[in-house]
Every structure is written in C-alpha cells, then in structure tokens.
Design a protein around this ligand. Structure first.
Ligand SMILES: [Fe+2]
Ligand SMILES: [Fe+2]
Length: 174
C-alpha cells in the first residue's frame, strides 16, 4: 500500500469518528429538548459519512484498497452546549490538519487526481470551521441566557441560523 493510500485510509477514521461523535451530540441535544441544534448535529453526522464515502469511492476508482477503521464509542454528555461546540470546533480543526497532511503527500507524489479530489475537502473544511466558529461565538454571546439559547435553537429549526456563513460558492457542498 503506497503512502497516499495509507494516509487516505487513516483519514477515514477521522470522518467516521467525527460522524459518530456528531450523532452522540445530536442525541444529547435532543435529550435537552434543543431540537434545532440536535437536527443540525444529525445532519452533520450524515455529512461526515458522505465525506468517508467520497474518499472510499476515490480509492476504489484508483484500484487501491479500502481498509475500514474501527470506531470508538464517543463521549455521551457535555457540560454545556457551549462546551459541546468548543469540541466541534477543535474536532474540525483536527480534520482540516489531517486533510492538509494528505494534500502534501499527494503533491509530493505528483498525484493530480488526488489533489483535485482533495480540493473539495479543503473548501468543505473552510466552511465547517467557519460554521463552528460562528456558532461558538453566538453561544458565547448567549452566555447563560436561556431565551437567547432557545432563539438560536429555533433558528436552526427554521434553517436561518447559518445564513451569515453560507458563503461558499454553489456546488462546493455535499
Ligand atoms: Fe468531514
Ligand atoms: Fe466535518
């Protein structure tokens, strides 16, 4: 297995693991009756699975081997919604760092098909980090005010919570 294939396979665990963590977050938020935040996390969980699907399809298309990772049981509870989003932000930063590492390996190997495939992920991570940073800041502003928290939750239900950060060109997402 070449270095690039190994790196992509290693990265699969990042995507599966974060998808699993988002699912756990979605459950915890639902238990707290924060239905909007919960739905957002459930959607993010599915997106992560989609990211893994993209990478697996790439490996198969290149006639390279896919090695599915084992997934650890994620954390099940958080101190607050704020603490949960702090973790989202850190997790996305780690995923970005991993994508950047693979990108460097692909560049060094002169694998144009890989860098072309990874360009989508670079744009996606920019969006993911921007979203996480935005929500984190909004939660800091809401602080301990439950009316403000419920308003944010409602905005997630209405689909308006992230309008200010949805700036990526059409077609980059999904
Ligand atoms: Fe991802
Ligand atoms: Fe992500």
């Amino acid at each position: 297995m070449n270095e690039l294939t190994k790196a992509i396979n290693n990265h699969l665990s990042c995507e599966f693991q974060s998808g699993h963590t988002y699912l756990a977050m979605s459950i915890w938020l639902r238990e707290k009756d924060l239905a909007g935040f919960s739905a957002y996390m459930q959607n993010k969980s599915q997106e992560e699975r989609g990211h893994a699907d993209r990478l697996m399809a790439y490996l198969v298309d290149c006639d390279e081997q896919v090695e599915l990772p084992s997934i650890e049981a994620p954390q099940r509870s958080w101190e607050s919604t704020q603490a949960l989003f702090d973790q989202v932000y850190e997790m996305e930063q780690a995923v970005t760092a991993s994508i950047n590492r693979i990108y460097s390996i692909a560049e060094q190997a002169g694998e144009r098909s890989a860098t072309a495939m990874l360009d989508w992920f670079v744009a996606e991570q920019l969006q993911e980090e921007a979203e996480a940073r935005f929500v984190r800041k909004r939660l800091r502003l809401a602080s301990d005010n439950s009316a403000a928290l419920l308003l944010l939750d409602q905005q997630f239900l209405d689909g308006t919570a992230l309008i200010a950060v949805k700036t990526s060109p059409d077609g980059l997402r999904k």
